[in-house]
Design a binder for this molecule. Structure first.
Ligand code: NAD
Length: 293
């Protein structure tokens, strides 16, 4: 039997800490941190994510602005919006919710964001700083996983961590952070992806597995070692007519069977997802403090 790494409770703790900080900022007569989100189009999952980011801001006392653009918006119009946000002194940070419509080049858009306001940590300047272990905005999902490991005091030093997935927003930064000097950190990391051969042989040797590929129930009990730490990043909407929403959220890990073998495991939902939002709020506080100094 495993211990559940409760991302929901931990994120609530982080949000309560931030709320306290905001309240003393406001008491001193200063404006609170301000986060904006740009959402292009009507993708259901994106709407849900952005909605909960905005609600979380409001709940802890941040100012928040949601900018919605039609999915036919031109790349230039989106870039103009970004330039405006870059130059707004009353705004500490902003995010552009991904994915973007196909006619818009994601890289061009993300590179147009002022690195000082890039609270998602996707700009090359911030990614480079993160890779060098410098203080910066760390992409919220891997940052949230590191924070979860830290708060549960899981010692990963010298352990073998296997990351599945090499995306720029989750897998790749995760592999860097796990191997970085520090606590948590100092792990020996294997980064795996769609071209990896014999993945199962690799995951079976892992003390920690971070699964970020987006294939429901991909990681089964036979693929993991006894007492491994299992972190499930995957979020897939699987159609389910018996559910009022018409779908259920399923992670990458076959939770019910893997939890019998793992020492610690994150559930989906209630694991990595809420931590991602908490760390976005934390990055916004960092942006605010830098902006104010
Ligand atoms: P992505 O599609 O950009 O990357 C997926 C990665 O998985 C790729 O690097 C690919 O090489 C690898 N992959 C695909 N099939 C594989 C296989 N059979 N074996 C090994 N590797 C394989 O996805 P992403 O943006 O990194 O997101 C991954 C998952 O995490 C998705 O389900 C996404 O919804 C979820 N996600 C969750 C959060 C959160 O807050 N919990 C945040 C971001 C992404």
């Amino acid at each position: 039997m495993s211990i559940r790494l409760d991302g929901k409770a931990t994120s609530n703790q982080i949000k309560a800490e931030l709320e306290k900080e905001v309240s003393s900022i406001k008491k001193s007569g200063k404006r609170p941190p301000h986060l904006a989100a740009v959402l292009v189009g009507n993708d259901g999952a994106s709407l849900t994510y952005v909605g909960s980011k905005v609600r979380s801001c409001e709940k802890i006392g941040y100012d928040s602005t949601l900018i919605r653009l039609d999915d036919t918006v031109t790349q230039q119009k989106l870039l103009d919006t970004i330039h405006k946000l870059n130059n707004d002194p009353g705004l500490d940070g902003f995010i552009v919710q991904l994915p973007l419509p196909k006619h818009i080049d994601e890289e061009t858009v993300l590179h147009a964001i002022n690195p000082d306001k890039d609270v998602d940590g996707f700009h090359p300047t911030n990614f480079g700083k993160m890779a060098l272990g410098m203080e910066t905005f760390i992409p919220a999902t891997p940052f949230g996983i590191m924070e979860l490991l830290r708060r549960y005091k899981l010692d990963i030093s010298g352990k073998h961590a296997v990351v599945i997935g090499r995306s720029h927003i989750v897998g790749r930064p995760m592999s860097i952070l796990l191997s970085e000097k520090g606590n948590p950190g100092n792990a020996t990391v294997t980064l795996t992806h769609s071209r990896t051969k014999n993945l199962s042989e690799i995951t079976q040797k892992a003390d920690i597995v971070v699964s970020a590929l987006g294939v429901p129930n991909f990681l089964t009990a036979d693929m993991v070692k006894q007492d491994a730490v299992i972190i499930d990043v995957g979020i897939t909407r699987v159609p389910d007519e018996t559910h009022p929403k018409g779908y259920v959220i399923v992670g990458d890990v076959a939770y019910n069977e893997v939890k019998e073998k793992a020492s610690y495991i994150t559930p989906v939902p209630g694991g990595v997802g809420p931590m991602t939002i908490a760390m976005l709020l934390q990055n916004t506080m960092l942006a605010y403090k830098r902006n104010a100094s």
